[in-house]
Write a protein that binds this ligand. Structure first.
Ligand SMILES: [Zn+2]
Ligand SMILES: [Zn+2]
Length: 159
């Protein structure tokens, strides 16, 4: 779990044109091992911190939004630095603009957002070995079964 005392936390793209701040801890952090995330990162999983959009402040620059196909078929909108094209967050069609999936690797201190759950482990690369006891599901999951009560209340307040 993220620690509330570690926030606000700042992040940004590689060239520095886009900087942002997460005002509070995220709702939940997904480590996604699906093949779509593997392709998008060019690596073996994506680490996304889910947070209310109104808890993210842009400190510098304006992101460029790129419509991108997604696993669900409904698409995702990836926000990128217009200069270096690094992706800083996504919005998925399901949750709309109210929820952002911050790319944890763009934070100045990514260690503040460790994964709360591993998803789509059915396509996890075999050499990625999960810690003993880490919450993990072969595909997706029901938030009521895994999210802390505080995060469920925050999401309810949002929608
Ligand atoms: Zn940049
Ligand atoms: Zn994924």
């Amino acid at each position: 779990m993220s620690n509330a005392a570690d926030f606000p936390a700042e992040g940004g793209c590689t060239c520095g044109a886009v900087r942002f701040r997460m005002l509070t801890s995220p709702l939940f952090v997904h480590c996604c091992h699906c093949t779509w995330c593997q392709r998008e990162t060019g690596a073996s999983f994506a680490l996304n911190a889910m947070i209310e959009s109104n808890r993210v402040e842009t400190l510098r620059g304006e992101v460029e939004v790129v419509d991108t196909p997604s696993n669900s078929g409904k698409g995702q909108r990836i926000s990128r630095c217009p200069k270096c094209r690094i992706a800083v967050w996504s919005n998925y069609a399901g949750a709309g603009d109210k929820l952002r999936f911050i790319r944890v690797g763009t934070l100045d201190h990514p260690e503040r957002c460790p994964p709360d759950i591993h998803i789509f482990t059915s396509t996890k690369q075999p050499w990625v070995v999960l810690p003993e006891g880490a919450p993990a599901v072969t595909e997706y999951y029901k938030s009521a079964e895994y999210w802390p009560a505080e995060s469920l209340a925050r999401r309810k307040a949002l929608f």
